[in-house]
Design a protein around this ligand. Structure first.
Ligand SMILES: [Zn+2]
Length: 482
């Protein structure tokens, strides 16, 4: 039944957008107070999902640039621009003109005009009201039906099922992408930037996607909802963007790109995961500050957020978190956790025998519980670990029966890091350097603090091809260990 409603909507969208042919339609954009209020309400949850607001100097720069583009689009003082602290390369727009750009995306940009083109494109989605026509589909809807359906009143389980995560996994249609490209390019030129930067930026995003596929394991690539996933990239989009730039009447490189201004801003920007939040490395989660790590079983995806690490294993969902150890010790910690997890359903739940054990030398309590609902049984497992000092850590998992071995493998992988291991996980930053006499791509690439694919990483970061070689005096970005 859902499907037929969606295709009817899609057909309407096609009819509507079909009227204007290939010409960019004119809009009279305005943001309704209702939309803005709704976006404002969602804002804290989106921030939580995306690592929180980035508060480095780059954030103010993004806001200011955003406001310039909003002005060009006829939306002056009506939008809210936020840079979020995640290394995922993405940008998205929420109705109400709340626009989010990730730290990872800012890192791969090479000029102010390119960054402006991403912002212009997102404003285009707002102006043309594309989100309102998108298909609502959540990556985490499966467990929602299972756990939230049976266990009411538990905020933890509701969060595990995920809601805000929906927004960035939605994808636009090709037609909508084209329209946003066109609107974005128009705003770019109106704001006084080289409109050809839009095509350059699309190329950078495509290169980043290829680089990701080359260097990350497939599990991780699938787990990360990147820009290329929500804004489908096609080869002719880049060609088209160049044609549209020509259509603005400006020749290439006539209007400025402001490369230097951008590179000054991005010099020193954190690259990769924030050590304050811990690192997701494939199926591994490592937190040097807390001195802990665990590894999820094959086929699981981990997503880091400031509140918790979200664990998605299809049939099994869960989260990993930590808290101060209460005076009552590990028993009190587990009891508090169970109360929080089961919520109002505690009366209907069958709580199993608590097992006290040691996992890799760490004092551990595991408590299984079963909750009966209309759609079957949900197995809830709570495992708590005694950390160093007065810290506790825990897993909360929910899954259908048959997922026990995956859950015990997850719990069994928890361990404390040796101090030397923790010290080895230093943060990385972008460093802008000037190419010297005799510097080649191969030589510069060797200075990149990446595990492998040094040359590919250098070319991706700087949006370059292997040829031509570097020129002395030009500026390039490197990733260095801070
Ligand atoms: Zn888009």
């Amino acid at each position: 039944m859902k499907r037929s409603i969606i295709s009817a909507l899609a057909a309407t969208a096609l009819l509507l957008s079909g009227c204007g042919g290939d010409e960019t339609r004119d809009y009279n954009p305005s943001i309704s107070p209702e939309e803005r209020a709704q976006a404002e309400q969602q804002h804290p949850q989106l921030l939580a999902e995306f690592g929180g607001a980035w508060d480095g100097p780059e954030a103010a720069y993004v806001k200011q640039l955003g406001e310039t583009l909003a002005g060009a689009a006829g939306l002056a003082d009506q939008c809210t621009f936020t840079m979020v602290n995640t290394d995922v390369v993405n940008a998205f727009a929420v109705p109400g003109c709340y626009i989010y750009l990730t730290r990872g995306l800012v890192g791969i940009v090479n000029s102010e005009a390119e960054l402006a083109s991403v912002i212009g494109h997102e404003i285009g989605h707002i102006v043309a009201e594309h989100s309102q026509r998108r298909q609502r589909r959540g990556i985490w809807s499966g467990l929602g039906a299972l756990a939230v359906g049976v266990v009411s009143g538990s905020q933890t389980l509701a969060n595990m099922a995920g809601r805000a995560a929906q927004v960035y996994t939605l994808s636009y249609s090709r037609k909508q992408e084209y329209e946003s490209d066109d609107l974005g390019i128009r705003y770019l030129a109106q704001a006084g930037y080289d409109p050809y930067a839009a095509a350059d930026m699309l190329e950078s995003l495509a290169d980043h996607d290829t680089y990701q596929a080359q260097t990350r394991n497939l599990d991780e690539a699938n787990a990360i909802p990147a820009w290329a996933r929500s804004h489908p990239l096609t080869a002719d989009r880049i060609k088209r963007a160049n044609e549209k730039a020509e259509g603005t009447g400006h020749g290439p490189d006539v209007l400025p790109d402001h490369e230097d201004r951008f590179l000054r801003q991005v010099d020193g920007l954190l690259w990769g995961d924030d050590p304050e939040q811990g690192y997701v490395l494939g199926r591994r989660f490592v937190h040097p500050g807390m001195g802990i790590q665990f590894e999820a079983p094959e086929g699981f995806f981990l997503t880091n957020s400031p509140r918790a690490v979200l664990i998605d294993g299809g049939e099994v969902r869960g989260q990993f978190g930590g808290a101060a150890m209460p005076p009552g010790g590990l028993e009190a910690y587990v009891e508090a956790l169970l109360r929080e997890v089961l919520g109002k359903a505690a009366n209907q739940a069958r709580i199993g025998q608590a097992q006290r054990t040691r996992v890799n030398g760490v004092e551990t309590i595991v408590v299984p519980a079963t909750v009966q609902g209309q759609q079957g049984q949900a197995q809830i497992t709570v495992a708590a670990f005694q950390g160093r000092g007065r810290e506790g850590f825990h897993f909360i998992t929910a899954g259908a029966s048959g997922s026990e071995s995956a859950i015990s493998s997850l719990i069994g992988s928890f361990r404390l890091l040796a101090p030397a291991e923790a010290a080895g996980l230093k943060p990385r930053r972008i460093r802008v350097v000037t190419v010297g006499q005799g510097d080649t791509i191969a030589l510069m690439s060797r200075r990149m603090a990446v595990a492998d694919h040094h040359i590919e990483a250098f070319l991706m970061l700087n949006d370059r091809d292997p040829k031509p070689e570097l020129r002395p005096g030009e500026k390039v970005k490197l990733i260095v260990q801070a």
